[in-house]
Design a protein around this ligand. Structure first.
Ligand code: FMN
Length: 319
């Protein structure tokens, strides 16, 4: 089930991908998940308008480097012309694949006609994909099964993306109104897979190796994409690959060091407090540990707390 995958000539070592996650999928996190076994990783969704206006915070989301090849970026917007210009921009030159977000459920995105609003605007969605394809880059699309319970849009939408020139689609097996809750709709992902020849990646509710097998068994998808399971436990990629994971503390300290290096101490303190709190989930004393973490004011304080709190049972603090 877990196997290498080729997407329009781009070879990924395996078909278990790290999903785009706004606020979390920064370069150090993506790089770490790749080192732990993710076959491909995506930046968080990047605004085409933000890039066009030269917004520095938007540009920062495109930070990438070694340990992340091939590279994938996700963009969002609703103007075919602007989106094609983004695909052709210098800023996106380091990326081998450009994913278009047509699945974001957030009101501020949907009310602009972006994200999953595009599922209800197939003419515009087609124009966006076909314009972006003209950039000569590999274009993929991530979308949902529809807007509301009962919608069955996945198969037709996958076909629309393929006809417009996309080289891969990711189907998040939930409707917009479900946000991230409930089981994925395996049936609709299977229908999307049957409707197209391009690779179909299945997303939603994959937490472990068993879920990967179940997802691929039930849908016939070519691979899976994992979001929240990685946010809580990036070592899930080792578990899926059957590899021995490094200690939680070890990976946390690398992530902290690199987050400081790429984004500075103020950002690293806030971000890595959050990450440590996620990694603590399920551990003894997690609630009190989280309180202490959120009181940390410097990366050194975050590190000291991590050395105390993120130790696996039976493990010493030798890192
Ligand atoms: C905090 C958070 C941020 C997310 N940001 C994005 C995003 O930028 N682009 C996107 O396509 N999906 C985004 N998603 C959706 C995930 O990529 C994924 O489709 C969803 O969480 C379902 O996968 P899961 O069940 O493995 O969590 C986000 C999800 C979460 C939890």
């Amino acid at each position: 089930m877990v196997r290498p995958i080729e997407i329009a000539g781009m070879v990924c070592p395996n078909n278990v991908f790290l999903a785009p996650m706004a606020g979390y999928s920064d370069y150090p996190f993506r790089k770490m998940c790749r080192a732990l076994g993710a076959g491909l990783s995506f930046t968080e969704m990047v605004s085409c308008k933000g890039l066009a206006f030269g917004n520095e915070a938007t540009k920062k989301l495109l930070t990438t480097g070694e340990g992340e090849t091939p590279r994938a970026v996700q963009i969002f917007g609703s103007s075919p012309v602007l989106m094609r210009a983004t695909c052709e921009s210098e800023e996106l030159a380091p990326f081998d694949l450009i994913d278009i977000n047509m699945g974001c459920p957030m009101p501020k995105i949907v009310k602009n006609g972006e994200g999953c609003a595009l599922m209800e605007n197939p003419v515009l969605a087609f124009q966006i994909v076909s314009e972006c394809v003209k950039s000569g880059k590999r274009i993929s699309v991530k979308f949902r099964t529809g807007m509301k319970e009962g919608d069955r849009l996945a198969a037709d939408f996958a076909k629309l993306c393929e006809d417009a020139g996309a080289c891969m689609v990711t189907v998040h097996g939930r409707t917009r109104d479900k946000i991230y809750s409930g089981p994925p709709d395996y049936g609709q992902i299977a229908e999307a897979k049957a409707a197209v020849k391009i690779p179909v990646i299945a997303n939603g509710g994959v937490w472990n190796r068993k879920d990967v097998d179940k997802m691929i068994d039930r849908t016939g998808a070519d691979g899976v994409m994992i979001a929240r399971a990685a946010m809580y436990n990036p070592r899930v990629f080792c578990e899926i690959a059957g590899a021995e994971p490094p200690s939680l503390l070890e990976i946390f300290l690398i992530q902290l060091r690199e987050t400081r290096e790429y984004y500075g101490d103020a950002f690293a303190t806030v971000q890595m407090r959050k990450m440590a709190a996620f990694y603590l989930k399920g551990k003894h004393g997690a609630a009190r540990g989280k309180q202490r973490l959120f009181a940390a004011k410097t990366p050194e304080e975050v590190e000291a707390l991590a050395r105390e709190l993120l130790v696996d049972p039976g493990e010493g603090t030798t890192v």
